[in-house]
Design a binder for this molecule. Structure first.
Ligand SMILES: *Cc1c(COP(=O)(O)O)cnc(C)c1O
Length: 399
């Protein structure tokens, strides 16, 4: 294998890194990255195997620990994010869980925003406490709540911004300062913002996690996750945890993600333009209540959002007046926009958080997060924006 694209060229702009970063060509000199669908590797001799296992010579040993296609994805993601290094995982939840468990032990405390993807909230609120790691969930928009929530044993501060589903925005720089003053690491789930629109490491975060299932794949095909951090975190905490516990991504899925990165920037910007059109058409409509979109001036944290993100993203939440019945009638009347709880797809997808992604929460917890019975979450896709606006208008006319 020859490494023909040098990912240490960090002066590349992200779009160049997304196309060339991490490429390692075989002696066949293929243009497109090779898919190494192999679980193991063979050695020239027993002595070579011994050296490989003792880390005395470079090379792959077993695909649970490393695989050339997976490695290309990791290096490309690291180059794109401006991180020292990355590790890919089977799913976004494997990435979140590993990023937490690899650095925590019984007696530690986790401080987290409460507006989280449902499974992330389960990890923080229910799973970690079973193993002696206490946790506190707060309103992430309130900086005083972050300061008050810190305890002497706080080791990890966790947040998602913008959050799922109501697009709350958290001041990443300020929370990073609070975390670091307490000697804790800030871990950010950057799924909604994507690596194109927001760079948490530059804003002070220590670890960034992605569900690559969403915008990175972008076409709803494969599950995957990525963890990005500095070399010390990966070497001292993450690498051995992943090697021994095994939440590895399939090389096939890694190859799909790797190729998808080449178009990520173009897709995200177009998703964003469509979302701006759709959000503008929803705002002020007589049958629509609140509209939550960071790119709208009416968003309570519009200025903070625009100081952290280069565009509003593709996720919109909005209330259909008339509660659950009206929201269901509207969504059932859509023709182009599909009903699905996935997001970040080329296809526009809509879901009703109160009965799907956030149904596990108590009515009180849903009310705290602003998840009204009429609230819908829309992932704006890559169709023609005017067709999406027209689809919404015809479905609203039926309500
Ligand atoms: C989807 C999602 C996850 C989990 O990712 P999977 O790939 O489904 O495991 C985590 N965080 C956020 C914000 C998500 O949207």
């Amino acid at each position: 294998m020859t490494q023909t694209s040098d990912t240490s060229k960090r002066n590349w702009h992200p779009r160049t890194s997304a196309v060339h970063g991490g490429t390692a060509r075989t002696p066949f000199c293929e243009t497109s990255e090779a898919l190494f669908l192999t679980s193991g590797y063979v050695y020239d001799s027993m002595e070579a195997a011994e050296r490989r296992f003792k880390n005395e010579e470079p090379g792959y040993v077993y695909s649970r620990f490393g695989n050339p296609t997976v490695r290309m994805l990791e290096e490309r993601m690291a180059a794109l994010e401006g991180a020292d290094d990355a590790r890919a995982t089977a799913t976004g939840m494997a990435a979140v869980t590993a990023a937490m468990l690899c650095q925590l032990k019984a007696g530690d405390h986790v401080l987290s925003s409460r507006a989280l993807f449902g499974s992330c909230r389960y990890i923080v609120e229910e799973l970690l406490p079973r193993f002696g790691v206490t946790s506190t969930l707060i309103d992430g928009r309130d900086l005083d709540a972050w300061k008050k929530g810190i305890q002497p044993n706080t080791k990890v501060v966790f947040l998602e911004s913008p959050s799922n589903p109501t697009l709350e925005v958290i001041n990443i720089r300020a929370v990073a300062e609070i975390a670091h003053a307490a000697g804790a690491r800030l871990v950010i789930d950057n799924v909604f913002a994507t690596p194109v629109l927001q760079h948490p490491l530059k804003l002070g975060a220590d670890v960034v996690v992605y569900s690559a299932t969403k915008h990175i794949d972008g076409q709803g095909r494969c599950l995957g996750g990525v963890i990005l951090a500095d070399q010390a975190f990966i070497t001292d905490h993450l690498a051995n945890f992943l090697r021994q516990t095994g939440p590895s991504i399939s090389p096939f899925n890694a190859w799909v993600m790797l190729k998808s990165l080449e178009t990520l920037d173009l897709r995200i910007r177009e998703h964003g333009r469509n979302a701006e059109l759709v959000a503008a058409s929803l705002e002020g409509h007589e049958k629509i209540g609140k509209v939550f979109y960071p790119g709208l001036k009416s968003h309570p944290q519009h200025e903070l959002a625009m100081s952290q993100m280069s565009q509003g993203g593709n996720m919109i939440a909005f209330e259909v007046k008339g509660g659950k019945d009206a929201a269901f009638r509207f969504a059932n009347g859509l023709e182009i926009i599909k009903i699905s709880n996935n997001l970040g797809d080329a296809k526009s997808l809509i879901t009703h958080p109160a009965t799907t992604t956030h149904q596990r929460l108590s009515p009180e917890a849903r009310a705290e997060l602003g998840i009204d019975e009429g609230l819908l979450r829309l992932s704006v896709g890559l169709e023609d924006g005017q067709d999406l606006v027209a689809d919404i208008a015809q479905a609203l006319a039926r309500v």
